[in-house]
Each structure stands twice: as structure tokens, then as C-alpha cells.
Design a protein around this ligand. Structure first.
Ligand code: GLA
Length: 725
């Protein structure tokens, strides 16, 4: 057989069996003994014993049951199976006790298990279904075929007694694939195949926003076996590119689709504009670390009215530092001025017991670098947070996730950073000097998820070390603690809280505020007790991935009942963002979410008051991702000072409507289309379902007022995100 055929065979073995056609066959002919002549098609088996497939050799009184026996199955194989068969068809037999060799019409198709006379001796494979590749030329279509099965059994019961026989037809997908891959200046369609194919490639370009099909083109293409064909397309913004491939021998169609990213939000004006939160909470005496978030042309000069004693402003960077001894609300007026103009914003510095008054906004290393994180990579994202302008929208935390730790603690038990983080204190100081905050990761167990030392029995020491580095945020990940929890008989809520409570006490003893973020994957119902142990947020799910399934599950299934638990100082955390270049390794890729899924993701996190921790490498941020993350009106909903998390109001025909009340009396409403195709939605009709009847609504992504008595097309997995006053 050709090499290609063997490779194809591997492909086929992995094929699903849904295309299986059961060959109606309840009985076979059986003969004890062993004779190679019994494999021949023409062998006269008239005298053989008729047996059914549920009879073992024990049932048939075969004596002794250790030894050989043959089955001959006479089956008609319908030619309806022929359509679409290119080089092979697969024969599936039920499990055989113990080993077998099989022939079809005298052609050997394969063997499972081994026989006593084989070089390595006998080896049973009694539990396995048999899958054998058959060359279609060997099949006698619509006529009698003989499948001859030589069986060796050792020990009771033995034989071929658990089997239906099936012929499985390969599908186009088993040997050919069609994908659209981004390349410089556009996309290329790649049709790769293991067998020769001649078919039709159809390309359609549709306008994403209007749904209008703009161009459609078909072309005949042929590809030889084990070759691929590439066709390049220029990138057209705001278009959906769909390619399909049909080979007339098959029913199914190969399809690939991409939407080129499209930016809905107008660019920020060149004049200063405040985009940050309206409040910031700090405890008396704790360092104030706050960067004024103004977009607009740089350089800019900043001033602040109403600063309390102990706090000073860096007028060039717009960074507040110092501390306030006296609790109280301090109303401040921020002003930023550049060549183009000046703008002011009212703000309240709340010195009191609560921190985390709005959901944390920043960056975390996990979804991009995972275990390959390094100080250099962190600094690159932190620098981009400032230089690319994300800090101008309130992003301020730079959080190291797992893998910053040294493998071992120091002799005195101190936690140390590994060689990839040469100077944690300097990193913290640099972040603070830019008004950014420093986050770190650990586990209440003896090890973290990545296998590094956890804080178990070192809680006080670790909190002190982190304080000395200037840490402002701790993600405390259950991971290694599972061992202790599972070994104990106490699985109560108190037992879930215990390790978190312990660390909370040591964090609070430090002379700085440390945002306390619990990570327990949602199973311990942390939302019911997180606020009582003074945690500032808690994960509500397992780890997010950059797929629609993951986003759908976490966003649309797990958050529905959690709205009563989130609020200022304590937030439900639906996990980190999956836009931009992610990859959980040192090799990053663009998020696999479509542009519309990304709009949905950010809209939903905005409605959910979710932690806005960017998961991509910011040093490679593109214009589309920036547009998603830096829409001041969308972020203002996330940071709304009421902190009312959205409620899911409507679930109807794949459309979900979520809404939340805002402090200015407005309501943010997300109308999500979870269907795989576009859906036209009358905005007034949708809003009426949740008791709202305005004439206009503010489209938050486009930042423009739109009429409600109109129909809007919501793209597949996309959203219409509005604010209604
Ligand atoms: C867990 C967490 C992730 C990440 C990894 C680090 O899986 O849920 O967010 O922190 O551990 O190992």
C-alpha cells in the first residue's frame, strides 16, 4: 500500500462513527479450528454452524475454549455507501475475545491482538472494537461479501459475541480541511487534503454592519493528495469573509469564516477628557497611589483642587501620592491642560475602611505569558499601559500571576522571587512612581497551581515580604489547599473560609492597602461569604479560555444569579479578559474570539461590574483591542459608583437582555444575540420588555444617540449595548 494510504488510515481511525451504516446481520457461520483456506471468498462454508452474535464459545459448547475458531459473515454492502468514498472505507466489528485477523472477500484487512505463534507470543485485546480499513475495490457492491474472521481465544468465555458490523463512510472532513489564516495585509484560505480533490471554492464578502452580501465568487480548484492550496485575500475592514469548498463526491461542505476587526468607537478628542473612576477608596494612613486618567494629546499638565494634607500631585505625570490620616470624603477637582485645551472632573477620595470601591482595572500576566512570565515582559506591558494610553482610561493594576516565585524558600522561610524577577522592590517602586499598582499571586496551600511554593504556614511572613516590595493586590488561589481541604472531614463553609480569613488578617496588619482577590473557581460559593471576610473580589468560575464556549459558559450561564452579591468593595470576578494577543505560553496568538464575541465579552464584563484585568501582551496591542478596552462610556458602566451588577431580564429565541441601574439614574442595557446568525431587533420592542420606553438610546460602542423606533441587526454572538436615561 502507498504511504499516503497508511497516513490516511490514521486519519480515518480518528473519524467519528456517526456516518456508520449498520449492516443488518444477526448471524454468522462458525467453525472451530484453523485453516488459512477459510479466508477465501469462494470457500464453501455450507456445512458451517450458524451462530448468532450474542453466543460465546461457552454457549456454543466449543471444547476446549482455548484455541482457534473462524467466523464467516455473508453481508450485502449497499452501493449507497459508495458516494463519497475516495480511497477507503472502514469496517467496524464489535469486540472479539481475544485476538483476531480479518479478511474481506479474501483480502487481508488487519489484526487486533496477537497469537501464540507470533514472535512476541499471545496478547489479548478482548475489550476492543475492531476498525479495519478496506479498499473499496475489494467490496462487491450490492452483492454477497464474505468477511472472514480468524479468532484465537484463551480462557472463558471466548469468541465473537459482542458485535454489530458496520461499514463507516469517510466524510470530506476526514481528509481535507479549509481554514482562513491571518497573513500580512489580509487572510489566506488554506485547503489541505490527503487525497486528490477537484471541487468548487466559493468566496463571499459581507458587510458586517449591514449584513449585505457585497461580492461572491466561485472558482474551480484541484489539489493533489498531500498537497495544499493557498489563496490570499486582502483585508477589508468591517467585512465578513466566508469561504466554502465542495467536492461533488461528498454531501458536506467545508466552511471557514473570519470577520475582519471593526472599530465602532470614534477616537478620543485631542483635548483632555477624564475617563477614570469617580471615587477611590483608601484607608487612613495607607499610601495613596492614583493616576489621573485623562486622554488627549500629550504633554499634559495636571492640577488638583481640594487635596487633603499629606497627599501631593506630580503635575507632569498626574500621579497622586502620600497618605491621609483622617477618615472622610474628600471632594477633589482634577484638571488637565494641553495645547488643545483643558478639562476638569469631579472626584471623591474616600478615606475610610473600604477599598476597591469600583472593580479593579489593570493587567495580569496569566492569559498571555502564564508560566513564561518575566520581569521584562511585565515591564513591557506596564510601559505600554502608559505609552499606548490605557492608563488614560483608568487601567492601573499590574499583576503578576503565578511563576514569579523561586522554587524554594530562603533558609529563614522567606518567599523569594525567581531569577526572572531580579528586583521586586524596584519593580514596585517604578510602578508606584507612575501611579500604577503592583499585584502578586499566591496560594493558601503549600504549592500554587504552577507548582511553586504557596503561603501555607508562612502567611504572616509572606504578607510582610509583599509589603516590603510595595504589593497592592493579592490573588490568592486555592489550588494547593485542595489537598488539605479534601483530606479533612470538614467541608463546611467555615472550612472554605478558614485559609482566606487567615491571610486576610495578615494583609490587614500591613501599613498599606492590599486588594484581596480570592480565586476558588466558584465552587465554594465564595460570593456568599467573600464580603464577610473582607475580600474585595472572588472568582466565580474555573479558568477562562479564548473560545466562545468558555465565554458563553462563564458569562451567560454562571453569572445569572450572582448580581445580589457584587457591590462597592466586593465584586464577583468572572475572570480575566481574553481579547488581544493571548496564549498562556511564550508563543502568543490573536484571541480566537470573533470581533463580535469580543464586543460581547467587554459589554458583558461592563454590565457585570467584572474585574477588568487585561490578559494580553500590551506591548503588542492593536487598534481594535484598544478600541474594545478604552471606550470611556463602556468603562464608565463597569466603574459606576452604585456598583449594581446587571441582572438578566430576558431570555428569548437566543436573545438575552441584561441591564443594570446607574448612579445618574440611567440604565445600561445589553441586548445579546447568542445565535449563530444575525437577528434583527426592534430596539423599542426590546426595551419595552424591561419596562423602558425612551425615544432615543445612547449606543455605547458607537457613542451616539440612536432612535429606538428602528430595527437594528445584531450580529452572530454580538451585542447592541445601549444606555437609556
Ligand atoms: C489557576 C487560576 C489561574 C491562574 C493559574 C496559575 O488555574 O485559576 O487564573 O492563576 O492558576 O497557576
Amino acid at each position: 500500500m502507498k504511504k499516503a494510504f497508511f497516513a490516511f488510515l490514521c486519519l480515518l481511525i480518528t473519524a467519528t462513527l456517526t456516518r456508520a451504516q449498520e449492516l443488518s446481520q444477526d448471524t454468522a457461520l462458525f467453525h472451530q479450528g484453523d485453516d488459512p483456506a477459510w479466508s477465501a471468498f469462494a470457500y464453501n462454508d455450507n456445512a458451517w454452524q450458524k451462530v448468532s452474535f450474542n453466543q460465546s464459545w461457552e454457549d456454543l459448547n466449543v471444547q476446549p475454549t482455548n484455541g482457534y475458531g473462524w467466523y464467516r459473515l455473508h453481508v450485502v454492502i449497499p452501493s449507497s455507501l459508495k458516494k463519497g468514498i475516495v480511497e477507503a472505507i472502514m469496517l467496524e466489528l464489535g469486540a472479539i475475545d481475544d485476538s483476531d485477523e480479518t479478511w474481506i472477500n479474501g483480502h487481508y484487512v488487519g489484526k487486533t491482538g496477537t497469537f501464540p505463534e507470533d514472535p512476541g507470543g499471545y496478547c489479548s485485546e478482548w475489550g476492543k472494537k475492531r476498525h479495519y480499513i478496506v479498499d473499496p475495490k475489494w467490496v462487491r457492491w450490492d452483492q454477497d461479501n464474505v468477511i472472514a474472521v480468524r479468532v484465537y481465544n484463551f480462557g472463558d468465555p471466548g469468541g465473537f459475541y459482542r458485535g454489530a458490523i458496520k461499514m463507516v463512510k469517510p466524510s470530506l472532513k476526514d481528509f481535507a480541511s479549509l481554514s482562513l489564516v491571518a497573513e500580512k495585509g489580509g487572510y489566506k484560505a488554506v485547503l489541505a487534503t490527503s487525497v486528490k480533490t477537484i471541487g468548487t471554492l466559493k468566496t463571499t464578502v459581507t458587510d458586517i454592519l449591514t449584513g449585505t452580501e457585497e461580492t461572491s465568487k466561485t472558482q474551480k480548484i484541484g489539489v493533489d493528495s498531500w498537497k495544499e492550496k493557498q489563496i490570499s485575500y486582502a483585508l477589508v475592514p468591517q467585512k465578513r469573509l466566508t469561504v466554502t469548498y465542495t467536492d461533488p463526491r461528498f454531501e458536506e461542505v467545508l466552511k471557514a469564516e473570519v470577520c475582519s476587526p471593526y472599530i465602532l468607537t470614534p477616537p478620543a478628542p485631542a483635548t483632555p477628557r477624564y475617563n477614570g473612576p469617580l471615587v477611590f477608596g483608601v484607608r487612613p494612613g495607607s499610601p495613596v497611589i492614583f493616576r489621573l486618567a485623562f486622554s488627549g494629546e500629550k504633554p499634559m499638565k495636571f492640577s488638583v483642587e481640594g487635596l487633603p494634607e499629606g497627599v501631593k500631585l506630580d503635575p507632569d505625570k498626574g500621579v497622586l501620592s502620600g497618605s491621609v490620616a483622617q477618615a472622610g470624603d474628600y471632594p477633589l477637582t482634577f484638571t488637565a491642560t494641553n495645547d488643545k485645551g483643558s478639562a476638569s472632573a469631579q472626584f471623591t477620595l474616600k478615606v475610610g475602611t473600604q477599598i476597591g470601591l469600583t472593580p479593579p482595572m489593570g493587567w495580569n500576566s496569566w492569559n498571555c505569558w502564564a508560566l513564561s512570565v518575566s520581569q521584562e515582559r511585565v515591564m513591557a506591558s506596564a510601559a505600554a499601559l502608559i505609552n499606548a494610553g490605557l492608563a488614560d482610561y483608568g487601567y492601573s493594576y499590574i499583576n503578576l500571576d503565578d511563576a514569579w516565585e523561586a522554587e524554594e524558600r530562603a533558609a529563614d522561610g522567606r518567599i523569594e522571587a525567581n531569577e526572572k524577577f531580579p528586583d521586586m522592590k524596584a519593580l514596585g517602586d517604578w510602578l508606584h512612581s507612575n501611579g500604577l499598582k503592583f499585584g502578586i499571586y499566591s496560594s493558601p496551600g503549600d504549592h500554587t497551581c504552577g507548582g511553586f511554593p504557596g503561603s501555607l504556614d508562612h502567611e504572616r511572613q509572606d504578607a510582610e515580604v509583599w509589603n516590603s516590595w510595595g504589593v497592592d493586590y493579592l490573588k490568592y488561589d486555592w489550588c494547593g489547599y485542595a489537598k488539605i481541604f479534601n483530606a479533612s472531614n470538614d467541608h463546611s463553609e467555615a472550612a472554605c473560609m478558614r485559609p482566606y480569613l487567615k491571610m486576610q488578617q495578615f494583609l490587614r496588619e500591613q501599613p498599606r492597602d492590599i486588594f484581596y482577590s480570592l480565586c476558588q473557581y466558584g465552587w465554594g460559593k465564595a460570593w456568599e461569604w467573600g464580603a464577610y471576610i473582607d475580600a474585595n473580589s472572588w472568582r466565580t468560575s474555573g479558568d477562562i479560555m479564548d473560545t466562545w464556549e468558555s465565554l458563553y459558559h462563564i458569562g451567560f450561564e454562571l453569572q445569572t444569579d450572582l448580581y445580589p452579591y457584587g457591590g462597592p468593595g466586593h465584586w464577583n470576578d468572572p475572570d480575566m479578559l481574553i481579547v488581544g494577543k493571548v496564549g498562556w505560553s511564550s508563543s502568543l496568538r490573536d484571541s480566537r474570539l470573533t470581533p463580535d464575541e469580543q464586543y460581547t465579552h467587554i459589554s458583558l464584563w461592563s454590565l457585570l461590574a467584572g474585574n477588568m484585568l487585561i490578559g494580553c501582551d500590551l506591548s503588542q496591542i492593536d487598534a481594535f483591542t484598544f478600541n474594545l478596552l478604552c471606550n470611556n462610556e463602556v468603562n464608565a458602566v463597569n466603574q459606576d459608583i452604585l456598583g449594581h451588577q446587571a441582572h438578566r431580564d430576558v431570555v428569548e429565541d437566543g436573545i438575552q437582555i441584561w441591564s443594570r441601574d446607574l448612579y445618574d439614574g440611567g440604565t445600561a442595557v445589553g441586548i445579546f444575540n447568542l445565535n449563530d446568525s444575525s437577528v434583527p431587533v426592534r430596539l423599542d420592542g426590546a426595551l419595552a420588555k424591561i419596562g423602558l420606553n425612551p425615544e432615543t438610546a445612547r449606543d455605547l460602542w458607537r457613542q451616539q444617540d440612536i432612535a429606538t423606533d428602528a430595527e437594528y441587526t445584531i450580529l452572530p454572538h454580538g451585542v447592541l449595548y445601549v444606555k437609556v436615561k
